[in-house]
Write a protein that binds this ligand. Structure first.
Ligand code: C5P
Length: 246
């Protein structure tokens, strides 16, 4: 099968598994179809370098989903280290503020210069999907509308020089309108029609998300724990077929 490179570039596979062997098996069978492998805190805090080295050996992009959030100086140094470790995608919380995001960009730039590599994709998490309007109002005593607040944070991320944001595909269009089409949007909560929703509430199909302007699709359980007795590879191929030509 000829791999559609435009689709491949958009696919970010979430390696949310317990064991290194499981992650390695997924990487081995799926790497021809995956632009970027995403390692989150679950796997990273257990296996650290081992998992990084395995992915780096496969020549795919490596997204360290660490969601940094600290004072600017600490985030600058941590961002530098994340990139020195081999990540070419990583993220920070936009609620850390403009100065903190600028510090992340500076740290990453310094590391890229040291390595002689191109600068990484740095994404801002605007509002966690677990923060509802009620949490904003009742716990934080912030009166703002949660989706307007997310757009405000996306604009701030752009100002800081971030590559883009993490957002639901249901908000991708609004973000592009507010921040411009070059500002990247990475969308989780992706579910083909035939896949279980799991704990995701606001889901969209891969094709819909791309139509809304998603630059990257985070695909996790739809492929790593596929429905209908499919193997991960079969599920991935089905997603490619479903997206069709882009
Ligand atoms: O398995 P599933 O496709 O639901 O995995 C989604 C991935 O996207 C997970 O790694 C999760 O941490 C991440 N994510 C999310 N919702 C957000 C931000 C990130 O599901 N708002």
């Amino acid at each position: 099968m000829n791999i559609n490179e435009k689709i491949k570039e958009k696919i970010v596979l979430a390696l949310d598994v317990e064991e290194l062997e499981e992650a390695k098996n997924l990487v081995d069978s799926l790497y021809p179809y995956v632009g970027t492998f995403k390692v989150g805190l679950q796997l990273y805090t257990k296996y650290g370098n081992e998992v990084i080295n395995y992915i780096s050996g496969k020549n795919s992009n490596f997204f360290l989903d660490v969601k940094l959030h600290d004072i600017p100086n600490t985030v600058e140094k941590a961002s530098e280290n994340v990139v020195l470790r081999g990540a070419n995608f990583f993220n920070v919380h936009a609620t850390g503020g403009l100065k903190m995001m600028e510090a992340a960009v500076r740290g990453a730039k310094k590391a890229s210069e040291t390595l002689g590599k191109k600068e990484p994709v740095i994404l801002a998490v605007t509002m966690l999907t677990s923060i509802s309007q009620e949490v904003m109002n009742d716990e934080f005593e912030i009166e703002a509308d949660v989706s307007k607040f997310a757009i405000r944070l996306a604009k701030l991320a752009k100002k800081a020089g971030m590559t883009g944001v993490v957002a639901s595909s249901l908000e991708a269009r609004k973000i592009k309108e507010a921040c411009g089409s070059a500002f990247k949007v990475l969308c989780p909560g992706i579910r083909p029609e035939w896949s279980a929703k799991d704990d995701q509430k606001r889901v969209a199909t891969p094709k819909f998300a791309i139509g809304e302007g998603a630059d990257y699709l985070v695909i996790g359980r739809a492929v790593t724990k596929p429905a209908q007795g499919l193997t991960p590879l079969e599920a991935m191929k089905k997603i490619y077929d479903e997206i069709g030509e882009i």
